[in-house]
Design a protein around this ligand. Sequence first.
Ligand code: ADP
Length: 623
Amino acid sequence: MSRHEFQTEVDQLLKLIIHSLYSHQEIFLRELVSNASDALDKLKYLTLTDDRLKTLSFTPRLDISIDENASTLTLSDNGIGMNEEDLNANLGTIARSGTKNFLSKLSGDAKRDSNLIGQFGVGFYSAFMVASRVDVVTRKAGEEKAWRWTSEGHSNYEIEESQRDSHGTTVVLHLNDDGKEYASSWKIRELVKKYSNHIAFPIFLTYEKTEWEGEGENRKSKKVPTTEQVNEAGALWKRSKTELKDEDYKEFYKSISHDWEDPLLWFHTRAEGTLEYTTLFYIPSKAPMDLFQADYKPGVKLYVKRVFITDDEKELLPTWLRFLRGVIDSEDLPLNVSREILQQNKILSQIKTASVKKLLGELQSLASNDQEKYLKFVGEYNRVLKEGLYSDYANREALLDLVRFKSTKVEGWTSLAQAKDRMQSEQKALYILTGGTEASLRASPLLEVYRKKDIEVLILDDEIDEIVFQGIDKYKDTDLKSINKADVGEDLKDKADEEKEKDLKPLVEKIKKVLGDRVKDVRVSFRLAESPSCIVTGDDDPSVKLQQIMKAMGQKDLPALKPILEINPDHSLVVKLRQLNEGALFDDAAFLLLEQALLIEGVPLESPNTFVARLNRVLDQAV
Ligand code: ADP
């Protein structure tokens, strides 16, 4: 026998489950049934693809049995099973960084944490909510040895060699005081119906049924061992839409997603034509915990003619759709399709393309028909939609219609189509502003002229906006322009502005001389109303924010940031500067015009000391 310590994270998770989930104890059964179902799926697949297991004949099933006297609940599957190494890896550590990340987000506040944990598959360890000890006896398919894992859910577990007639896993829960109520056949029947009715394999319940015999005084009860099937065990997605109720869809969602909230939406599609397949996709009402984790777990399972093939294939759908949960079931793929060839498979890629088209269409009609629900969707998934804009070129048009924006004109969210409808008659493009938090963008001097002319600007405050919108310059036939760029403002210029430009030419030249290679150019601005100056970037240069991101990502050899400085011809400071002779004060003022504009854009100053000395020299003359 060998004794092992749980990895620290497991210990943490165990404590958390026990403390946060006491009002949801019953989900332990769903978790264990789901593990058994996965184990059956995996073995079924291997009997089709693995030469060593092709001869194995097996009828997948899960048996649950109750022993009231011993107060135990036992789940036994004839699935893939585990060897010693698997046991240590699976029931002793947490490999996924998504889980670790989840744990680090916890606050210690039980109420808040239990909300969080609801979106997260707690898995096997939830058994310790209802059991004071858990024994796992398991044998891996194709191997001779069996193993027994046992733990009381404190900081350690033990493993020893054991006996099992055949492959599979038996989990014995020694129920604690809280768990006693689960040693009841009606309770288990109720829970299986509630959480696991649509598990694809039959679940049998074995218990002692009380039967009565005899009449009158001779009437006696006796206990008769009884076994009955307690779930429907069909592929729900193969049934017709008309036959299925909302409740059926929701139940199935919960059984495949570990989520206990209802899904936001689902789309059930049967395609019959050149290709025959069924898809059932769900959108969770809360974005999955690991959505922005590199090792996220994909949520869509692939089946071929109802046989499970894989739940770990990230290429089934475009990456930006990784929040979807559900099933793809193809009639055309060969059953023994190996995972390696899945990625280049033509049929799958056709299913993928068609599924994405269909989904985009459904989302579009949701956006038109049920605003409230659509905004919920946007609240959770706007950012991944933008990722789609960047990575899924073929669907860019459709995605541009689905993404929502903040705006200087309306509260809440707006679409590009709506912003386009609101365009002023003289307005030449749809304007966007990127590169900061919502508050800093809304305060940007770059917005001044647009505000004055009552032109809408869309506020893009997601970190990725910078990169995503760099490559998008049109919405339908309308230009999409970032107002941080030098070129914009040109079409907002009028006659008077051209006069001013001529007038100020000497001043501009003087400032340019003083600032030297700190700037790419100095220009008269047509976009400022209140501020004396602002910086913009050349049309082909990366924006200030993007340069910062590139630097933060360790990109070396970046050319020094050279902005274009624009000065406001109507600002009193600029007007006064025209009168000022060249000299120390003029130089200080020129640099301060540049440095204040950099600060507002969130660019750290190269030398704060020089800036402060300059500011003090100027103040000294003023007070
Ligand atoms: P999850 O199911 O989310 O991966 P769990 O904590 O529930 O997490 O289970 C951890 C792992 O233990 C599973 O991924 C699986 O490899 C293994 N496991 C659990 N139960 C079984 C079982 N009945 N048969 C085979 N393997 C199992």
